[in-house]
Structure formats: structure tokens, C-alpha cells
Write a new protein. Structure first.
Length: 327
């Protein structure tokens, strides 16, 4: 006899990005039971983009036994890039989703599926998932960051996302650590994202490789001498193979992150810091170095006691995050 998949506590989590929509069925313990994926129509008409979301959800539901496909789930949680309004469920004007401008996404999805629907920023939702089910389970004051193409952050206090007065809190990736630093994509100078996100690491590596004798680096070989092809992944692969220059570059990135997290600790005094994303996976070996370096950049004398952990949810952070919004 076929066992049912999920139950009345199961939630549909949806991760909406600029190139794809990923949906998953998540149980009450945060386990992702089923997956579905659909290309996103980011530059099309608003309803075309909505159709990409519903197609992903429908594809997920089609994997369930017929008797379950129409059952009442606990809800649908949607993760999307900001800016958005988590209170009204409106997507405002995200740069990588030009299809939606002041679009009532949560209400549209609720009308189609007749389920409660919640919407939030992807990093906020991932922070909540890590708090409920992941690396920060059991902690009350959580600072979460995902480091990849950009740097996103989320703050969870007493198991609730901290949104601030206007709903825009948690943009920690755009905290300035050097007002004379490079201009960030947001327009501000010296944001941590401009120093430590994937593109910044790649740019730093390309500059170093262009120097004399840099051809001795494994990074040079990995891209067959085509410096324009160097990415943060190139740096990570070279470091894993013992490349000295890649190690030097990552040590510099760790220094920037330590300064930044020192400011975060002095402001929030979290009882745990969780890092996710592709760059964080490369930097995991440096976590102890970051933690022990925090007292140099904090007035908090107990800064080094704060655990720094790798996120539990990797590529599925958005699905788990969406589900956590409805849990």
C-alpha cells in the first residue's frame, strides 16, 4: 500500500529567483519531501511570471497521489528578492524581477489555491528556516547571512523575523565598512557586498593574477590563462588544492567579513551567526579564524563565544524558507 506523502502539517515552499522557480513540499519537521522546478519569466508580463510560479506549484502537486493532490495543506510560503512588503504580500520593484512592479503576489496565489499564503525576502525566510529547523535551532537571537553573488542577511528574534518599521530591515549586506571603498551595486560606497561577495572575490583574484609571476597560481591553469573567466568558484577550487595565492585572497576576504561581523555583534548581540551560500561554503574552514578575530573589532568582550555555523539548508534554502513562513 502506498504511504501518503506529507500530512495536514505539510507546507508548500516556493523559491522565486530571476531565472527559476523552485517549489517543494516540506513537512512539519523541515524535511523537503518533493521538488519541482520551472524557468522564470523575469522580463515578461506580470501574469506570465505568475504563471511560472503556479506551474511550479502544479508540477509539485502532480507528484502526489490523486487522493492527496487537493488536500488542505497548511499554506504556501513564497520567497522572493526584495524590495517587497511582507505585510501586504506585494512585490514592489526587485531589480532582477522587472516583471513585477507593485504586484500583489501573495493575494494572486491565494486566490488560485485557496490556501493561506505568505511572502517574504529570501534571506529573511532562510533565516527563519535555519532557526526553526536548521543550524540555529534552539537559539533566540539569530543573525543569518547568505554570501554568493550578493550578500543577503536576515534577523530573527524570539523565532520571529525582525522587519523594522517599514519592512526593510535586515539589509546587512549594504552596511558600509569603508566609506572610501568601491561603489556597491546599490549605489553606496564601501558596502561589505562590494568587498566580499562572489563578484568582488573574482575581481580581486583577476587583479592579483594580472601581476607578475601570477601564472604560478593554479587559478591561472584552471581558466587556461583566460583571466576574464576567473570566478569565486575558481578561487575556491584553487584554495582546496593548496594554492597559496587563492589562500591569500580568501584571508583578505575573511578580514573584511570579520570587521563587518564585529559591527553586527555590537549592534545585535546575537547568540548565533549562521552563514549560507556558495562563498560561505568556501570560507567554512575560516570560521574559527573569524570568530576568534571578532574581539579585535567589537566592544563586546564575549564576542568570541558566539557560535558561527554553516547553514543547514544549501541550495534548498529558499524552499525551506518559504515553508518556514507558514510553519
Amino acid at each position: 500500500m502506498t504511504q501518503p506523502i506529507g500530512n495536514e502539517t505539510s507546507i508548500i515552499g516556493v523559491d522565486i529567483g530571476g531565472t527559476k522557480v523552485a517549489a517543494g513540499l516540506v513537512d512539519g519537521n523541515g524535511k523537503i519531501l518533493l521538488h519541482a522546478r520551472q524557468p522564470m519569466v523575469a522580463a515578461g508580463e506580470p501574469e506570465d511570471a505568475l504563471k511560472a510560479v503556479t506551474t511550479a506549484i502544479d508540477s509539485l502537486l502532480s507528484q502526489l497521489p490523486a487522493a492527496q493532490a487537493k488536500r488542505e495543506f497548511q499554506g504556501i510560503g513564497l520567497c522572493a528578492p526584495g524590495p517587497l512588503d511582507p505585510q501586504t504580500g506585494v512585490v514592489i520593484n526587485p531589480p532582477n524581477l522587472p516583471c513585477w512592479r507593485n504586484f500583489p503576489l501573495a493575494a494572486k496565489v491565494a486566490d488560485i489555491y485557496h490556501l493561506p499564503v505568505k511572502l517574504d525576502n529570501d534571506a529573511n525566510a532562510a533565516a527563519l528556516a535555519e532557526t526553526r529547523w536548521g543550524a540555529a535551532r534552539g537559539f533566540n537571537y539569530v543573525f543569518y547571512t547568505t554570501i554568493g553573488t550578493g550578500i543577503g542577511t536576515g534577523i530573527v528574534f524570539d523565532r520571529r523575523i525582525y522587519h523594522g518599521h517599514t519592512g526593510a530591515a535586515g539589509e546587512g549586506g549594504h552596511m558600509t565598512i569603508d566609506f572610501r571603498g568601491p561603489i556597491c551595486g546599490c549605489g553606496k560606497p564601501g558596502c561589505i557586498e562590494a568587498f566580499a561577495a562572489g563578484p568582488a572575490i573574482a575581481a580581486r583574484a583577476r587583479a592579483r593574477l594580472a601581476a607578475v609571476h601570477s601564472s604560478r597560481s593554479l587559478m591561472h591553469d584552471l581558466v587556461q590563462g583566460k583571466l576574464e573567466d576567473v570566478t569565486s568558484e575558481t578561487v575556491g577550487k584553487a584554495f582546496a588544492s593548496g594554492d597559496a595565492l587563492a589562500g591569500d585572497i580568501l584571508h583578505e576576504i575573511v578580514g573584511f567579513l570579520t570587521v563587518w561581523l564585529g559591527n553586527v555583534v555590537d549592534l545585535l548581540d546575537p547568540d548565533i551567526i549562521v552563514m549560507g551560500g556558495g562563498v560561505a561554503a568556501v570560507l567554512e574552514k575560516f570560521f574559527d579564524e573569524i570568530r576568534h578575530g571578532l574581539p579585535q573589532w567589537c566592544v563586546n568582550p564575549r564576542a568570541s563565544e558566539i557560535p558561527l555555523r554553516m547553514a543547514h539548508y544549501g541550495a534548498d534554502a529558499g524552499i525551506a524558507g518559504g515553508a518556514a513562513l507558514c510553519a
